[in-house]
Design a binder for this molecule. Structure first.
Ligand code: SF4
Ligand code: SF4
Length: 384
């Protein structure tokens, strides 16, 4: 994982920024792009056409630039080490700068600016999920071993709040040294970046770095792979190490610190979130946690780890309407899980949970299977 990658706005021409001359037009990026099965996106073509900077305005007007989910497959597959998706994000930035974005995108960005979250919710209710729980709050200047960063989506979405609530219950049971940030916690900017709002993203980096560094945290534990990835990639001045919560729990299960109170006699298949897997290289820890849950039989998708299929939840897609009538990738994923005989599709990302669960319901498979976050499963089998 890289911290301190070059910001798009720090260099000058498109060709230099994205090393377009390095492209050998092999097409591996488009060949691996999962959205090509349901949208017209041809990312290789954009890498080629963006070399002619006179064409950039025209390219920025193409609807396909919003089809990219930023799954990173094209970057993983590129033999020249290019990041084709960044060309698309830079074109989105041009659209944002021109002010001609979809109202849903505009509102999400404005909400981040005004309330610190993209869900148009007041900052004041960011911690309502804590009601009735004994939550330890971190204080600036006071050392804390594990500083938790909740994520806007988990903090506000009633379906996802169970992730944070289970975490607190288990942390209290384990008597771990931890602290939460509270209503000062602000969007990490992952989706702001992928929606192309570079200026707001830079502002968030500055403000969040100052806030997070004000705590004497040994490490920051992110609930969402998006916060985890963006902190490790775009926040060069953070003082603390940043880990994903599945890495913390991998440590805890490895040290036999988890007090199991029951079993989960289920066949579970793990879906790798792009931002934890392909973008960050964290594949083993979530599997190791699931494998340690008594009773669990862990299955594998054929398309797993770096070949994992994207759920289409990232890259700002929560705010951009897809006009394709073809099968959603999340539906393909659920069908694959069903064919494997899985009882549970386990995820470790809020967006994956929302998209896969929506697909499961749309397909009418709720009676046979469920989609669950790993923290949700842990809450069912760990003593509180
Ligand atoms: S994979 Fe890399 S080198 Fe090949 S066409 Fe795509 S951007 Fe160019
Ligand atoms: S990031 Fe994923 S969706 Fe976007 S162009 Fe690359 S492969 Fe396609």
């Amino acid at each position: 994982m890289m911290r301190g990658m070059i910001m798009i706005s720090e260099t000058n021409s498109f060709t230099e920024k994205f090393d377009l001359l390095g492209c050998i037009q092999c097409g591996r990026c488009t060949g691996g792009c999962p959205v090509t099965v349901r949208a017209d996106l041809n990312v290789r073509r954009f890498v080629y056409d963006a070399y002619n900077e006179e064409k950039l305005d025209e390219l920025a007007r193409l609807a396909e630039i919003w089809d990219c989910t930023t799954c990173n497959t094209c970057a993983v597959r590129c033999p020249k080490g290019l990041k084709p998706l960044e060309v698309l994000l830079a074109l989105r930035s041009m659209v944002v700068e021109s002010g001609k974005v979809e109202p849903t995108v505009r509102d999400a960005l404005q909400s981040v600016l005004l309330e610190g979250n993209p869900w148009e919710k007041p900052r004041a209710i960011r911690c309502d999920w804590m009601d009735g729980l004994d939550v330890k709050m971190a204080e600036p200047g006071v050392p804390v071993e594990n500083l938790f960063f909740v994520c806007c989506t988990i903090a506000y979405d009633p379906r996802l709040q169970i992730i944070a609530r289970n975490m607190v219950r288990i942390l209290n049971k384990l008597d771990l040294d931890y602290g939460f940030i509270g209503t000062d916690e602000t969007c990490c900017g992952s989706e702001v970046r992928t929606l192309g709002e570079e200026g707001l993203f830079e502002m968030l980096i500055e403000d969040n770095t100052e806030l997070l560094n004000s705590f004497e945290a040994k490490r920051i534990v992110a609930f969402s792979p998006h916060c985890f990835s963006v902190f490790n990639t775009y926040y060069p001045d953070l003082k603390s190490e940043v880990i994903h919560y599945t890495q913390l729990f991998d440590e805890l299960v490895g040290e036999n610190k988890i007090p199991w109170r029951g079993e989960l006699q289920k066949k579970v298949v793990y879906h790798d979130p792009c931002y934890l897997g392909k973008l960050s290289g964290v594949y083993d820890e979530p599997r190791s946690v699931l494998q340690k849950i008594p009773g669990v039989e862990l299955l594998e998708f054929d398309r797993c780890r770096e070949r994992s299929l994207c759920c289409e939840g990232s890259g700002g897609k929560m705010w951009v309407e897809s006009h394709s009538k073809k099968e959603r990738l999340a539906e393909t994923r659920i069908k694959d899980a069903r064919a494997l005989g899985a009882d549970i599709v386990a995820v470790s990302c809020p967006f994956c949970l929302l998209t896969l669960e929506d697909a499961l319901k749309g397909l009418g498979f709720e009676e046979e299977m469920r989609v669950a976050e790993i923290m949700e499963l842990l809450g069912e089998v760990v003593e509180e």
